[in-house]
Design a protein around this ligand. Structure first.
Ligand code: PFF
Length: 446
């Protein structure tokens, strides 16, 4: 089953840098703080941690082991690991590849915004005029073709890395970018903690307000865990297929989940003290980063430097995630249709650019093109995050828990202790599918 000529990550550090690089992204830096703020701060954090440990880590292990034992992308893994070619399971694999491509289409748009904000920070424009009309500026920028331009630039940078292959492209870029990301995170967190009134922000993030905890808190904490860990669409399967034979799957999954959660918490530590210290409202979603933070930076001493560092951090985080999403489509085209890597990349990026342009324009010229009130961007976001991702995660846990030969699963999870291996299989069989089903139904209804 093993294809020895398959490219592999060359070092243990490379495995961690690439997988953490995929997980750490926009989901940690803008989505987590906003979700935590909206769902009771510390209470959300606590439930999120439980979800990461009990559901996230087992599904990450499942994806890693599917990739490593089949040495294929998710489509190939589903057909080669299921008995008798898994005709129906292949459809699940295809769903993963499709959702990877669709997520990349809108994710690249937001990642493109970070390029514009980085550019504006470096040129000093973002912070030049004191407190500015950040809301108007954000709307004006996202309404025009400039944001299409940055989407295309981002995809081009992405393509240059992926074209160089697994070791020289993905692994090398992750090895360089991830340590830089951690340094930037620490520097920015220290700066935020030194701001006057930082403790109000910290209390907002860490004090568990259980009165605000309800089923929506639990479900959104689980949804956040999926998105943030990059599970449910085959990204981690394709990275698992590049793992050397001696990579410890359970350990790698735990390190990845631990670092991913740590980055989300540090992002909260960077953002909330600053928001409270400058008397801003912790607004929801993209606004927090692109509207509220520029105002804060313009009032801060050395604001231009801090905004440059912050948007550089956001750019690095999103790039390592878009790289992993691109690899899903590329590996599929290479294996399924026997394309060369450059051709597979051209096909994937061509597809994503086409859809990405529509997503980018949905804030301006195409904003009136809506289906039940949702723009094209909203539809891509909604359908992938709320339907495809939970469905994919549920199918992966059922597939590894019930369909894949249990000796293969056990072998791949070694050398983790027997108790832990048994526990992971138990969670994949029962808790994960049921919990994910609950999220899925909630999202569909709500
Ligand atoms: N985990 C990434 C983030 O938190 O931004 C987003 C993501 C990347 C989701 C790759 C899914 C994926 F396959």
């Amino acid at each position: 089953m093993t294809e020895d000529n398959r490219p592999k990550f060359s070092t243990k550090f490379g495995v961690i840098a690439a997988t953490v690089g995929s997980a750490v992204g926009l989901g940690n830096i803008w989505r987590f703080p906003y979700e935590a703020g909206a769902h009771g701060g510390g209470a959300f954090l606590l439930v999120n941690l439980i979800c990461v440990v009990l559901i996230g880590i087992p599904v990450v292990c499942a994806e890693f082991l599917m990739g490593r034992s089949s040495r294929r992308n998710i489509f190939g893994a589903m057909s080669s690991l299921a008995p008798r070619g898994g005709k129906w399971w292949r459809l699940a694999g295809f769903l993963g590849v499709a959702s990877g491509t669709l997520i990349l289409s809108f994710y690249a748009v937001v990642a493109g915004w970070t390029l514009e904000y980085l550019f504006q920070s470096v040129t000093g424009n973002l912070t030049a005029a004191g407190v500015r009309e950040s809301h108007t500026e954000f709307s004006a920028f996202t309404a025009g073709w400039r944001c299409v331009f940055w989407t295309v630039v981002l995809l081009a940078i992405n393509a240059m890395v992926v074209l160089r292959g697994v070791q020289k492209g993905i692994e090398k870029a992750s090895n360089l970018m991830m340590p830089l990301l951690f340094v930037l995170l620490i520097v920015m967190a220290v700066n935020s903690l030194l701001l006057p009134g930082a403790d109000t922000g910290l209390r907002f993030l860490f004090s568990p307000d259980f009165s605000q905890m309800n089923s929506a808190t639990i479900l959104s904490a689980l949804g956040q865990a999926f998105f943030s860990l990059s599970v449910g669409l085959g990204t981690l399967t394709v990275y698992g297929s590049y793992f050397p034979a001696d990579t410890r799957i359970v350990r790698s999954a735990s390190i990845m989940a631990g670092l991913d959660t740590m980055v989300a918490i540090i992002a909260g530590v960077i953002i909330f003290p600053a928001v409270f210290s400058f008397g801003m409202e912790p607004a929801a979603g993209p606004q927090l980063i692109f509207e509220v933070l520029p105002d804060i930076f313009s009032q801060m001493a050395g604001g231009a430097v801090w905004s440059t560092l912050f948007f550089l951090l956001l750019l690095i985080a999103s790039l390592t995630s878009t790289i992993s999403l691109t690899e899903v489509g590329v590996a599929f085209c290479v294996e399924r249709w026997h394309m060369s890597r450059p051709k597979a990349l051209a096909a994937t990026i061509g597809f994503v650019t086409f859809f990405g342009i529509f997503c980018a324009l949905s804030f301006g010229p195409l904003s009136s093109l809506t289906v039940s009130g949702m723009t094209i961007f909203d539809i891509f976001d909604y359908v992938t995050s709320n339907i495809f991702l939970p469905l994919g995660g549920m199918l992966v846990s059922i597939f590894v828990g019930w369909i894949v030969d249990s000796a293969t699963v056990d072998y791949e999870l070694r050398p983790a202790p027997r108790f832990l291996r048994g526990m992971i299989v138990f969670l994949l069989r029962y808790l994960c599918p049921l919990a994910i089903l609950a999220v899925f139904i909630n999202n569909l209804l709500g």
